[in-house]
Ligand binder design. Structure first.
Ligand SMILES: [Zn+2]
Length: 429
């Protein structure tokens, strides 16, 4: 903290650089081809008649190069970070500054900037973060309490997230980094991770000294490249420069799929990387397509077989039902208003269940041995479905649509009771 307090404030020049380089500068364009500069608020008529092909312009008032946006919005808010790479008393420091810009159509843009975090890399590789407090909202990266103090804070992923930002071009690094091969470029990695890795991971130093620049950022920021260190070593040993890290990485993974020796320069260092990559990836694509087709065919066959099994099962159930309930099937009673009849087959269970929205079919009542199921109707209209126990000769349940009890419920139960004797006769017959 003592060292942190010794740092000079972020300079005006640094902030001005960020406003110019890290923010978008736009011109609002309306239907009438009028342009409004988002930076100074000046409005003018565009000379370009080919409106659609115009994508950049220069403000005649402030001279800024602007990106043209067809928008009806009247405000444009931006927020981003940039960092200043510097040193302080033998420590490497990455200072992270938040920049905000508010543009209102027709007004000059307003700016705001504040340093929110410093990442201190000690010569032994230890990292200490000094930062302001963040507001609630755990990973929301724009929420800082600007009036809070810069203090040493425990690590949080947010500090890595905001470290992914542009850096002020003038950088100062500890002599050890120069000795380890640093010449001013971070090779598309974030300055913080680049310098920290260079201090703590000798492989990064090796890659840097071997000038494998295309690989560096991916090696530092992702695990997949670290996993290929053995192949990378072969490239370095053979002075093979990897120019496209993404393609080379994919290519090595294809080699692994085909069990090729990824420590053999013959495979790892192809003269024409693109041709080899494309050849293998086309082969892989064909394979995956074949697998997909095979799976599709198997799924279709399985579906067909399941359907056949289902039909067979239903056929068996029909036979079983006819056998179990055959002697009851012609039973039908009426009190002049309500008609009761025994459900005739599995198909009728299905229709009854569907019409009444209950589970007489789905729960397989047609399979129950000591049960007789009636449909109680007035004319053709279904009123309730009745389950009678053949053991006790009692109505177990009788329900209308959606398992409701209808106004005819008692009447239906009475009608069953009156005819119990007839049903019993069938059982001994
Ligand atoms: Zn302007």
């Amino acid at each position: 903290m003592e060292l942190s307090r010794r740092l000079n404030p972020i300079t005006d020049k640094q902030v001005q650089w960020a406003y110019a380089h890290c923010l978008e500068h736009i011109a609002y364009r309306t239907a009438k081809n009028m342009l409004t500069c988002g930076d100074c608020g000046h409005t003018w008529k565009s000379e370009s008649t080919l409106g659609d092909t115009l994508c950049g312009c220069t403000c005649p008032n402030c001279g800024k190069t602007l990106e043209v946006k067809d928008t009806r919005k009247r405000t444009f808010r931006q927020c981003c970070y940039f960092c200043v790479v510097t040193v302080c008393k033998g420590c490497q420091v990455i200072r992270i500054v938040m920049v905000k810009a508010d543009s209102r159509k027709g007004n000059a843009m307003t700016f705001f900037s504040k340093e929110v975090a410093q990442r201190w890399i000690m010569p032994d590789g230890k990292v200490i973060t000094v930062a302001r407090l963040r507001g609630l909202g755990f990973t929301y990266k724009d929420l800082w309490i600007f009036e809070s103090e810069m203090e040493v804070r425990p690590h949080h992923a947010i500090y890595d997230i905001i470290s992914h930002c542009e850096h002020y071009p003038k950088v100062r690094v500890l002599p050890i980094f120069r000795r380890n091969g640093f010449k001013g470029s971070f090779h598309n990695a974030t300055p913080f991770r680049f310098l920290h890795s260079l201090l703590t991971d000798s492989k990064v130093e090796t890659l840097l000294k071997a000038k494998q620049y295309a690989v560096l950022s991916r090696f530092i920021h992702t695990y997949d490249m670290k996993r290929k260190w053995n192949s990378l070593k072969i490239c370095i040993r053979n002075n093979y420069m990897i120019k496209d890290a993404v393609m080379w990485n994919d290519y090595i993974e294809l080699l692994e799929i085909y069990h090729k020796d990824t420590r053999n320069a013959k495979y790892v260092c192809p003269t024409d990387l693109k041709a080899e990559h494309d050849r293998l990836s086309a082969r892989r694509e064909r394979e995956l397509e074949r697998i997909r087709e095979k799976n599709e065919r198997e799924r279709e066959i399985a579906e067909k077989e399941a359907k056949i099994r289902e039909e067979e099962r239903l056929r068996k159930d029909e036979l079983l039902y006819a056998e179990m309930k055959g002697r009851f099937l012609d039973l039908a009673f009426s009190d002049g208003m309500i008609n009761l009849h025994v459900l005739q087959n599995v198909q009728e269970f299905y229709e009854e269940g569907k019409a009444m929205n209950h589970c007489v079919f789905t729960n397989g009542y047609y399979k129950k041995e000591n049960v007789l199921v009636f449909s109680a109707r007035i004319g053709e209209k279904r009123i309730e479905t009745v389950e009678l126990s053949l053991e006790t000769m009692q109505v177990v349940q009788s329900y209308g649509i959606y398992n409701s009890i209808t106004e005819y419920h008692e009447q239906i139960i009475r009608l069953v009771k009156e005819n119990v004797r007839d049903i019993q006769k069938r059982m001994v017959a």
